[in-house]
Design a protein around this ligand. Structure first.
Ligand code: NAP
Length: 458
């Protein structure tokens, strides 16, 4: 008779695909279970922590402290890290099913939503994903180049990523040099001639997705000042209702900060961060590279909480050398896993992956690839808890995999010449990065290519 799944004789074998916040929160939730289990976490990069390492802004080091919690989870005997393994390529989903009773896909939203306007791919027009990945040392974006010689740059979008991009553009080298931003990015930003950073939002201040802490930071910059047109703070009736909705106190806080900015008279700082509300990009123009963006003025239409931007037919042009499109992230497919193209997520019912409405036994998802790219790091905790709760409920019905030994996975990868990176390997890379950062007072100087990281392990 075969042993019961989740027993001492036959621990449950769980794979977590993705080592960002939602993956680690899933691990954390599993540790609270009474079942016996082992967790193998996969990441296509040799380095763990996903968005915390490559998405969180380098000048927001405190947010990265959450890594300490993940680290504790990673050092548990039941856990193994398989970095530098691309699930779907190095190991197919069918092969994964040989080794695991359950798989949690927590692979985030790696790409970005398109803006959908002519000219958006001209040289000088970048996605926020590209810029953020580049300055954070993500190996995928190190071939990107940014010519910051034009005095004006445009950031499209009113979310916190747009605020990160605007702030990094506005900061001086002195304000960034003791962060974990890459040296290459620091050198390019140090040469920047940008004087005006225009943040363009299609809806109004009340509908903005940014949060007070993020816009407050603009006031604290050494050489940049935020600029808000008081006219943009004149609200229609529906927006006034949204502003006073007690369920959304953030709106009031945002509005108060913007009011303060609109009344400010600071003129001595050489860089300006200029907010534009109720304007939609309709085209990017230029002869081979970005020269200007065409914006259509909008009005809001609809009931409170449902207001959308409607074009007025009035247009304006803004000369600029760079455009950073920050209009939201989007998940990417993994071969063999159902994908909901419209939303860019893995279709699921509270974390159980479904195919044409039917639950696939043993397949789960958490984080941005489950619900879409919204929320802060902490939002992923209840999200992953929900997924793991369903997984644990399903244990009696899960199909036991035929090769439940961790050693079999290692052998399989070795046979395929996949140089997987263990957590101990990662700690060596980590230590080398920290050492590189020390002489210049940085928390670390990241390795920006997979080869560089692997070379440390030779
Ligand atoms: P987001 O919060 O969803 O914001 C996206 C922005 O893009 C919205 O202002 C949206 O406007 C706009 N947009 C979408 N499509 C557009 C279009 N076609 N034309 C013009 N504008 C368009 O996304 P995000 O900034 O990428 O952030 C993702 C998540 O990460 C958010 O939950 C964010 O709070 C979080 N995050 C947090 C921090 C932090 O805590 N410090 C830092 C970075 C990111 P509409 O509202 O009109 O759709």
């Amino acid at each position: 008779m075969s042993a019961i799944l989740g027993s001492v004789e036959r621990p449950l074998r769980v794979a977590v695909v993705g080592s960002g916040p939602s993956g680690f929160f899933a691990v954390d939730a599993l540790y609270k279970a009474t079942f016996k289990f082992e967790i193998d976490m996969f990441d296509r990069l040799p380095s763990p922590f996903g968005l915390v390492r490559y998405g969180v802004a380098p000048d927001h080091q405190k947010i990265k402290n959450v890594i300490k919690v993940y680290e504790k989870d990673a050092l548990d005997q039941r856990f193994a890290f398989f970095g530098n393994v691309n699930v779907g390529q190095d190991i197919t989903i069918a092969e994964m099913q040989t080794f695991y009773d359950a798989i949690i896909f927590a692979c985030g939203a790696e790409t970005d939503k398109p803006l959908g306007v002519p000219g958006e791919n001209l040289t000088g027009s970048h996605t926020a994903t590209e810029f953020v990945g580049w300055y954070n040392g993500h190996p995928d974006y190190q071939n990107s180049s940014f010519d910051l010689s034009h005095p004006s740059a445009v950031v499209v979008g009113l979310g916190n990523v747009a605020m990160d991009v605007a702030r990094i553009l506005a900061k001086t080298v002195d304000e960034l040099k003791t962060t974990d931003i890459t040296q290459k990015a620091l050198d390019v930003l140090g040469q920047s001639k940008i004087k005006e950073i225009h943040i363009v939002g299609r809806r109004g201040p009340i509908q903005s997705a940014f949060t007070p802490a993020e816009i407050k930071e603009f006031h604290e910059l050494n050489h940049a000042t935020p600029v808000v047109n008081p006219q943009d703070l004149v609200l229609n009736e529906a927006s006034q209702k949204e502003l006073t909705d007690i369920h959304h106190p953030v709106r009031k806080k945002n509005f108060e900060i913007l009011q303060k900015y609109s009344a400010a008279t600071e003129t001595t700082k050489e860089r300006k961060i200029i907010f534009h509300f109720l304007k939609s990009p309709v085209a990017v123009k230029g002869n081979g590279k970005v020269e200007k963006i065409v914006l259509e003025k909008n009005v809001l239409s609809g009931d409170p909480e449902k207001q959308s931007a409607k074009g007025t037919g009035t247009f304006e042009e803004l000369a600029c050398g760079n455009i950073f499109r920050s209009v939201g992230y989007r998940g990417v497919k993994i071969p063999g896993v159902p994908f909901e193209d419209k939303k860019g997520i893995f279709p699921n019912q509270e974390g159980r992956i479904v195919d044409n409405g039917k639950v696939i036994c043993g397949w789960y998802t958490s984080g941005w690839i489950k619900r879409g790219p919204s929320g802060i790091i902490g939002t992923n905790k209840p999200d992953s808890d929900e997924t793991v709760h369903h997984l644990l409920t399903d244990v009696p019905h899960l199909k036991a995999c035929p090769s439940p030994e961790r050693e079999s996975v290692k052998q399989f990868l070795a046979q395929k010449n996949v140089r997987f990176v263990t957590y101990a390997d990662w700690k060596m890379i980590d230590a080398a990065e920290v050492k590189r950062g020390q002489p210049v007072g940085k928390p670390r100087e990241k390795f920006t290519s997979v080869l560089e990281m692997l070379s440390i392990l030779k």
